[in-house]
Design a protein around this ligand. Structure first.
Ligand code: ADP
Ligand code: ASP
Ligand code: MG
Length: 408
């Protein structure tokens, strides 16, 4: 007998038939003699719809009230699914984040899990019940409902698996597993049998939404036995783990795209010490995360610095810089929101110097201009025009993974 945590995403519970299908998967697992704890997301587009409803009344609603509203989506799913399981004759209980002991910090809309008090879940499991927990939500030290950020139900599931010392954490979604690129957008994307935590963390952080990046971080920290699979097909999924068998074979395991990027360029800075410190300490003070940074070579004692931020932070970052133009000393600031970041990820690339070159070759053959480049041991990212992003992903994917072109 094992303890299994299963998570089902929004499309897996989108309507009554799908909830029934999920109830079948859950009860089949239970019938094999396992303890089953299930995390559910809100049905279909419910979270987006709730955000739209909020905007109709107040486009600047407080994050506390937004969390109160958005958390209702997951509550609908768990109660409906519990009813479907009851109708099949099984003992089941649904629990909100609070009832399940999910304690978070106070950062509304992007809260972090601090600890999980598992007593209630344990008590229900001891009574041989199937336990359904609302994903994406928790409670802070003031007793208020918090949410974990978009896509956060994956993190709820992995956190529960870690806290309960589960034998397995299964993330059921609408694709068969983790692919070499988004299978909905990229022709020829291949399913990966397994992927390392580090590669998955990079892919998730660089735009592959199949797993919430904090769920991967947590799975790595607590060595959770993690698997991504489809709630529709019954096919074997992708194992996410510390070390994979095929690690030596490929240099690149996936291509990802992130459109949540904006570029800011500061033109005509003095070419002297301390300038970068002034710029980035100002942004850090306002909690604005900076990603790729590029500095030009100084000429005629002047230089330019450009960098990327999340789109939601772009206007604020520009305003802060403009307000400090005298202090920093620059001629002009330019903001571009029509950019996207395209990345390749692979643990094997560090020892293979040709990998980045192959990516640039693919972009060159597709006549796609690169605005910025950033590299690490495990990834290469380029910033391109947003209109070129999908073509860029396809061209790079073809170069690394196509049967004929790729020798990855
Ligand atoms: P859920 O609602 O189940 O949480 P998500 O929509 O959050 O599902 O994530 C699944 C989606 O992630 C897929 O439908 C797919 O379009 C997208 N995706 C992006 N990159 C990848 C990838 N490399 N492998 C698999 N899916 C990916
Ligand atoms: N329902 C939330 C969202 O749409 C959380 C999740 O699906 O993981 O972002
Ligand atoms: Mg998701």
């Amino acid at each position: 007998m094992a303890l299994i945590v299963q998570k089902f995403g929004g499309s897996s519970v989108a309507n009554a038939d799908r909830v029934r299908n999920v109830a079948r998967i859950i009860t089949e697992t239970y019938r094999k003699g396992h303890n089953v704890v299930v995390v559910l997301s809100a049905q279909g587009d419910t979270t987006d719809d709730l955000i739209e409803k909020a905007k109709e009344l107040n486009p600047h609603a407080s994050k506390r009230e937004m969390d109160m509203l958005l958390a209702t989506g997951e509550q609908i799913s768990i109660s409906l699914c519990a009813m479907a399981i009851e109708a099949m004759g099984y003992q089941v209980v649904s629990l909100t984040g609070w009832q399940a002991g999910m304690h978070t910090d106070a950062a509304h809309s992007n809260a972090r899990i601090k600890r999980i008090q598992t007593e209630r879940i344990q008590t229900e499991l001891d009574k041989k019940k199937i336990v359904l927990v609302a994903g994406f939500q928790g409670i802070n030290q003031y007793g208020d409902i918090t949410t974990l950020g978009r896509g956060g139900s994956d993190t709820s599931a992995v956190a529960l698996a870690a806290a309960l010392h589960a034998d397995l954490c299964q993330i059921y979604t609408d694709v068969d597993g983790v692919y070499t690129a988004d299978p909905r957008n990229v022709t020829g994307a291949r399913k990966l049998e397994e992927i390392t935590f580090d590669e998955m963390l990079e892919l998730a952080s660089l735009g592959a939404q199949v797993l919430h990046n904090r769920s991967v971080e947590m799975a790595k920290r607590y060595n959770v036995n993690l698997e991504v699979l489809s709630s529709f097909t019954g096919n074997p999924g992708t194992k996410v783990k510390e070390v994979v068998k095929s690690m030596e074979k490929t240099h690149v395991s996936g291509v990802a795209k992130d459109k949540d990027v904006a570029r800011i360029a500061l033109i005509g800075l003095a070419d002297e010490p301390g300038i970068a410190f002034k710029i980035f300490s100002l942004l850090a003070k306002h909690k604005i995360n900076v990603d790729i940074i590029l500095q030009s070579i100084g000429r005629d004692s002047s230089k330019d610095i450009s960098f990327t931020v999340a789109r939601g932070d772009a206007e604020e970052a520009k305003r802060i810089l403009e307000e400090n133009q005298q202090y920093i000393g620059f001629q002009s600031v330019e903001l571009s929101t029509h950019v996207a970041k395209v990345s390749i990820v692979g643990a094997g690339m560090i020892n293979n110097p040709g990998v980045a070159c192959k990516m640039f070759e693919a972009l060159s053959s597709a006549s796609i201009n690169i605005n910025m480049i950033s590299t690490s041991e495990i990834k290469v990212s380029v910033l391109v025009d947003e209109r070129d992003a999908d073509r860029a992903v396809q061209a790079i994917h073809d170069r690394f993974f196509s049967e004929f072109g790729g020798n990855n």
